[in-house]
Write a protein of this length. Sequence first.
Length: 270
Amino acid sequence: MRKRGRPAAIAAEVAGLRWLAAAHPGGGTAVARVTGHGTDWLETAHVDHAAPDTAAAEDFGRSLARTHAAGAPFLGCAPPGVVGDGVMGRAPLVLHADAATAPAAWGEFYAADRLLPYLEGAVGNGSVDAAGARAIERCAERVATGAFDAPQPGLVRTPAARLHGDLWGGNVLWTRRAGPADGATSAVEAVLIDPAAHGGHAESDLAQLTVFGSPYPDRVLAAYDEVSPLADGWRERTGLHQLHMILVHAALFGGGYGAHAVALARRYGG
């Protein structure tokens, strides 16, 4: 698979793919292999499609838990080799070069770096009106207080989890395994593509999986929770962790994404 893009976006994607792939030998999810890249292009190995079954979904949940557990040194950290901000689709993604510049608490990080940067774009294209903007700002203020901060899943022992960062269903391909794998129960496995990789909270990746649909999400989540137990109340926080992705779409594409973002913000804004 070959794609073109801005140099900064290509560099961030190559680094993100390699950072995620480094978790694979330890049981993490497979990642599309980078076969070549230049300043404005990237090529990854072709992935033949295979239909996932429930066992493949459960294998994915367990492997994703181990990818997250490979860890990151702080919230908002960039994959090694990335200089400056990353990208999520066509939107910028705030990243930090070191822990000294990064928010120490998840709520502060999520409000400042994952919610508020996209509000201006959504207001500018008309998908969020003034009342909606106030609702999103109130939500961000409450999030920043730490009201929704929660421990990382059990296997994550670092300050942040190693996230894919744009884990909607279309960025998870399914293919037949090349050979046996320890602990795998299906001949089909998940392969990750197109990351917006960074250090964050593992619940964000899990929440993104259900934004636009993915195969057997309940089986993925149950298997994940089995090997890396999720903190109490994680289901109630799902919508909040989805809000970042919805706001990005509101800023980029407008339309109904703005109303969806406002509805989520009102749910958590108190």
